[in-house]
Write a protein that binds this ligand. Sequence first.
Ligand code: CP
Ligand code: NVA
Length: 306
Amino acid sequence: MRHFLTLKDFTKEEILEIVKIGLEIKKDLKSGIYKDELKKQTLGMIFEKSSTRTRVSFETGMFQLGGHALFLSNRDIHLGRGEPIKDTARVISSMCDMVMIRTFEHSMIEEFAEYSKVPVINGLTDSYHPVQLLADYMTMMEYGISENAVVAYIGDGNNMTHSWMMLAAKLGFDLRIATPKGYEVDGEVLQTALKMAKLSGANITVMNDPKKAVHGATIITTDTWASMGQEEEKSQRIKDFQGFMVDDLMMCLAQKGAQFLHCLPAYRGQEVSESVLESHANIVFDEAENRLHAQKGLMVWLNKQR
Ligand code: CP
Ligand code: NVA
């Protein structure tokens, strides 16, 4: 049995296989073919943070695969009132066939997985957002921009940045990360990524100059300047991130035909301009839709591993 907590634990071949299954399921869906690959199975979805895409994609995906998804907000289950993680894990995994968790500390899902009898999927922690990257890579493949990709990530060194680092390190593409001073990526995650990059041939560089990072890039991506849980820091962050908005000028510095990705939700006028989001370079809504298809691929793949 396998869990899906970070891309660090997966080989390049496994990541590509999951995306490939997702693409096949997507093709079937577009032709009106539904395969009940997870018939009668139940996905427990624990949400300790808000969500639009993650909830809708997992719930819809599970239904389309012949199963059922349970939305478990921490306001409704005893986990939010102090029932231990290990007890919650043993109880939920005795009734559900898979569990997806969106939470704060990454150690929470590690502990849950340790006590879970069924596969656990990371639906975002403070440290990583790996399911998003499956959808991002699927989108890159569909647009023919996965080969020789040069990805520039502009903004906060956060869960999305860490996941891009893991994907680049595993698949072997170039990733330049530009953050403001004081908002760099986690040092330990960087060391791990650099070590893995040596094996895959990935080129991962970190800097504080967004213009340098986007120069010649084929993909530009960013994320909110204030992640969930950082709401109180928002006004300070807006000041500290000046010069880091992905706007038309930044897109012009990239390679001609460069595409724009964003996990969403996007804050116009902060990390990205309205004009970039309304331009031809923008492929974020295909990226968002691919959450559904990529995660169906993931659930089918995880089900086959046990
Ligand atoms: N990108 C993403 O995970 O979106 P939600 O927070 O809406 O789930
Ligand atoms: N970094 C963001 C991603 C949202 C999908 C957050 O954690 O809030």
